[in-house]
Design a binder for this molecule. Structure first.
Ligand code: HEM
Ligand SMILES: [Cu+2]
Length: 562
């Protein structure tokens, strides 16, 4: 009855979408919150698959000269693992949180183009399924996640697995570009009255800049994919050096996309951390301007460092100087962020909720990954360590210890908003500590394995290289702990949906607009959007005695430390 009267209350002219219930209401949805949740669920499904692949890899490598996987299936598994984790886990987790929270944080009713939003999600999902269909075509792709030429060519990979890889990435790439355009237009046109760019929440700042990165980086990948497809299907020979093409050209295209891509995965996470830390340290963010400005610097610099992935290809000295210099330079704005977050925590009355624990671990682990990254910027070090397990350690510290830890922090933070229930803190703590032990146990020794000469992407290693066998065994046993921790996380996500403690509208005493509406928000998001006078619109509501305007004035006068 309620539904009827509501439907009648809406004028026919704006009732463009018929109302469906149950599963159909999700499939037909153009609501940014439902689409955001579908992105997250899709990403978690693919995470599960990527973890199964990681488990197979670690079983194979647990002992030397193992025959659990054949060389050929090993190559398929690590290619699918890498491709899945980057394109079907990292990207949709980041896009899902963006399309869910950007409109809420700027006080909008929805994204600027709701149908385009749905398109972006579905094309991602179909792309993902297509990649996995490749297993049924006889062979999954097996040229690695960056699929170097000429290995990616028909002469070497004649079955269609690699073609599935090309089409799948083209589809998900098109979806990411569509969503990036959508985020940019939404933020530029649909902000709440009074919310100028200096009052924008940092998560919104960073996802917006990130969308520009997507817009400029992904076309390079898509171009290369189309060229590769032409090579494979039409003998176009773009990347076939023996016939006048250039195998190196593939690397230039790929890394012109690929380096910005790693920032595409991490910038929204920087945004999450910039929201979580001040709320749980109960202090305003330190250095808002620096955090936003350094993001712009990172965005520009990230297009000027791609050849650091190609130091071993003999590009010659002037190129080495330029790209080594730029790669070291990009550590500066990133370092500034780390200092800002630490300064925000400094002297705060910190609440170590599970979300805050993950944010803190992010700071430490991401810094470790960042430092080994700067080491690679020195060309001779790169020559020594490239294609060894040191690299595998480096990027898992950035992607798993950094990106995934940060996203999980965000999920513990926003789950109450999305579902109306808290995630269990008890399970959360078990998840956290097991994940810390499992993650560092699995990946820290990989630095040493690399230094001892273990190459990446090989299905086994000889028994007589000193220490490799025990280090690999340690890594594989720790990976089991890591898997267990993530299973606890999955269980928490499901159990808390039904049994989780009820959450109020603003359970963490947050200050940004998503906390100004109910948990979960109604379809129209806000009954009334307040006029935005400062960066923390909910502060005045929570502390009528201490208006933000006065704090800002005191701060500018140099008096206040809050
Ligand atoms: C959770 C447990 C995980 C384990 C145990 C694990 C293990 C591994 C190992 C051992 C390799 C190297 C394979 C080889 O070179 O032969 C690898 C490759 C890779 N992993 Fe993971 N990984 C995990 C999670 C992740 C996550 C969360 C991401 C990213 C978000 C990720 C991204 C990658 C990428 C991009 C590659 C490179 C694949 C290639 O060389 O083409 N991994 N992983
Ligand atoms: Cu790079």
């Amino acid at each position: 009855m309620n539904q009827m009267s509501q439907a009648q209350a809406v004028p026919r002219s704006i009732r463009t979408i018929p109302e469906y219930r149950g599963l159909l209401s999700w499939v037909s949805s153009v609501d940014h919150k439902q689409i955001g949740i579908m992105y997250l669920l899709g990403a978690l499904l693919f995470l599960l698959l990527g973890l199964v692949e990681a488990t197979l890899i670690r079983i194979q490598l647990a002992v030397p000269e193992n025959t659990f996987l054949s060389p050929d299936s090993y190559s398929q598994i690590f290619t699918m693992h890498g491709t899945t984790m980057i394109f079907l886990v990292g990207m949709p987790l980041m896009l899902g949180l963006s399309v869910y929270f950007v409109p809420l944080m700027i006080g909008a009713r929805d994204m600027a183009f709701p149908r385009l939003n749905a398109f972006g999600f579905w094309i991602f999902l179909f792309g993902g399924f297509l990649l996995y269909f490749s297993f049924m075509s006889g062979s999954a792709p097996l040229a690695g996640w960056f699929a170097y030429a000429p290995l990616n060519e028909k002469a070497y990979l004649f079955n269609s697995g690699q073609d599935y890889w090309v089409i799948a990435l083209l589809l998900t790439g098109a979806g990411s570009i569509a969503t990036a355009i959508n985020v940019i237009v939404t933020v530029f046109t649909l902000r709440a009255p009074g919310m100028n760019f200096r009052r924008l929440p940092l998560f919104v700042w960073m996802t917006t800049i990130n969308s520009f990165l997507i817009l400029f980086a992904l076309p390079a990948l898509n171009t290369a994919l189309v060229m590769l497809f032409a090579d494979r299907q039409l003998d176009a020979l773009f990347f076939v050096s023996a016939k006048g093409g250039s195998a190196l050209l593939w690397q230039h295209y790929f890394w012109f996309f690929g380096h910005p891509e790693v920032y595409i995965l991490i910038l929204p996470v920087f945004g999450i951390i910039s929201e979580v830390i001040p709320v749980f340290a109960r202090k305003p963010i330190y250095g808002y301007g620096f955090l936003a400005g350094s993001t712009v610097a990172i965005a520009f610099l990230s297009f000027a460092v791609w050849a650091h992935h190609m130091f071993a290809t003999g590009l010659g000295f002037p190129v080495y100087y330029v790209f080594a210099g730029a790669s070291m330079l990009i550590a500066v704005p990133t370092g500034i962020k780390i200092f800002n977050w630490i300064a925000t925590m400094w002297g705060g009355s910190i609440r170590f909720t599970t979300s805050m624990l993950f944010a803190t671990a992010f700071l430490i682990q991401f810094t470790i990954g960042g430092l080994s990254g700067v080491a690679f910027a020195a060309v001779p070090i790169d020559w020594q360590l490239t294609d060894s397990y040191f690299v595998v350690a480096h990027f898992h510290y950035v992607l798993l210890g950094g990106m995934l830890f940060g996203i999980i922090s965000g999920i513990y933070y926003w789950y109450p908003k999305m579902t109306g229930h808290f995630l269990s803190e008890k399970l959360g703590r078990a998840h956290f500590w097991l994940m810390i032990i499992g993650f560092n146990g699995t990946f820290f020794v990989m630095h040493l394995m690399g230094l001892f000469g273990m190459p990446r992407r090989v299905f086994t290693y000889p028994a007589d290289i000193p220490y490799l066998a025990p280090m690999n065994m340690l890594s594989s046993c720790s990976a089991a702990v890591l898997m267990l921790s993530l299973l606890i996380f999955f269980a928490n996500l499901i159990v808390s949906l039904y049994r989780g403690e009820q959450a109020s509208d603003n359970p963490w005493e947050g200050w940004t607009l998503e906390w100004a509406t109910s948990s979960p928000p109604p379809p129209h998001n806000f009954d009334k959007v307040p006029y935005i006078r400062n960066r923390r619109p909910l502060w005045d509501q929570l502390h009528p005695d201490l208006p933000e305007a006065r704090l800002e004035a005191e701060h500018e006068a140099g008096g206040a430390s809050r």
